[in-house]
Write a protein of this length. Structure first.
Length: 384
């Protein structure tokens, strides 16, 4: 089984060599494959032609599109390579002889540098910073993929800078900044704003280097024995207050209690109700719900002090006026009184205003005119 895998691997050596170390099996340091080794000259020329066609007058846009297309194609090639070799790798690792051979190979692990405890970069804060930089880059006209690249690069560079600042000395950091100054000058001014924002963010997340992890102790103050003791209880009491406190009453200003209650109420209203019961209590205070027990006369206002007789027996107001006691006007006012007494939506004051308006309307001239018209109508009915 192992020989068959080695034979298949030799056949695919030319195609998969781009994703392996470019050096021989010697002590040389492996190097990363180039885009030309992975994609080929024809694919790279096609990418250049597409970028030139889409951005003929914009060199920066042409470069961004070329880099984006190369990254997508390399990712697709790598995924294809992994899918093609996954089954054969699993088949090889299933053999016990291969497993024993791999166990016998010594592995040299790179020692991990322990970071100082004062670095406190949170994962959530870093994600929020990436999102903010992506949003700002999109607002400035960058594409989503390019904005994501800038955010990842800015956060990674800032994080690396802060870690090195915590590990290395200040003089070494100055030398490194001097070597990187020439390279950072090539970055566009728009992108430099994002890098500066990331650096400022990590600067705030760093503890003060002067602060140590050792707990601080308060300075001890020596007591002066020559100082007079103000707590000596050798003074004769005046006897103003009783010793057991009998007969004393607590006196407090009600203003502060009301102040605290109003502050608590305003604070709770700003946060909103916590559940449905508090919401119903708030609606009840605003008059949107009736309080229990249910009362049909709830929030009637002035009508709560008025009896039902003032709503029903309205003829007495007509009888107290100077209107005729018989005839068409008396019959009309009787209908008005009965209609108003059956109206449940009007207040007693409003009903009385309606009756007084009719009383003032039927003056002596109106009364004579109504009687004359009524007699003419009766005469016409008799002649008919």
């Amino acid at each position: 089984m192992l020989s068959r895998f080695v034979a298949n691997a030799a056949v695919r050596r030319l195609g998969s060599r781009a994703f392996c170390s470019a050096g021989d099996d010697g002590p040389k340091k492996p190097k990363e494959p180039s885009a030309k080794d992975i994609l080929g000259e024809k694919m790279l020329s096609a990418v250049d032609s597409v970028a030139t066609t889409q951005n003929p007058q914009n060199p920066a846009g042409r470069k961004r599109m070329r880099d984006m297309l190369k990254a997508k194609l390399i990712e697709a090639e790598k995924q294809t390579f992994d899918e093609a070799t996954a089954s054969q790798t699993a088949e090889m690792l299933s053999q016990q002889s291969v497993v024993d051979l791999l166990k016998s190979v010594p592995v040299q692990s790179t020692p991990r540098v322990a970071l100082p405890s004062r670095i406190r970069v949170g994962k959530k804060e870093t994600i929020a910073l990436r999102r903010e930089i992506v949003y700002q880059a999109i607002q400035k006209g960058y594409k989503a993929s390019e904005a994501q690249r800038i955010a990842e690069d800015a956060v990674a560079r800032a994080e690396e800078r802060m870690i090195k600042r915590a590990v290395e000395t200040h003089e070494q950091l100055k030398e490194e900044d001097a070597t990187k100054a020439a390279r950072e000058e090539k970055i566009a001014k728009e992108e430099q704003e994002f890098y500066d924002a990331a650096n400022n963010f990590f600067e705030k997340l760093m503890y003060d280097p002067e602060i140590t992890d050792k707990p601080r102790t308060a300075t001890r103050v020596e007591v002066k024995e020559s100082a007079p003791n103000v707590f000596v209880d050798d003074v004769r009491a005046l006897g103003i207050f009783p010793e057991n406190g009998e007969g004393l009453k607590e006196s407090r200003l009600a203003f502060w209690q009301k102040w605290d209650a109003e502050w608590v109420q305003i604070y709770n209203q700003s946060m909103g109700p916590n559940n449905g019961i508090e919401e119903q209590i708030e609606w009840t205070k605003k008059g949107k719900l009736w309080p229990y027990p249910i009362n049909n006369e709830y929030m009637l206002g002035e009508e709560e002090r008025i009896g039902f007789q003032d709503h029903i027996f309205l003829e007495r107001f007509v009888a107290q006026s100077n209107l005729p006691k018989s005839g068409p006007i008396a019959h009309f006012m009787e209908l008005v009184s009965v209609g108003l007494s059956k109206n449940p939506h009007m207040t007693a004051k409003k009903k009385l205003e309606h009756i007084r308006w009719f009383i003032n309307y039927f003056n002596e001239q109106k009364v004579e005119q109504v009687h004359r018209l009524h007699e003419a109508e009766q005469q016409a009915a008799l002649n008919a």
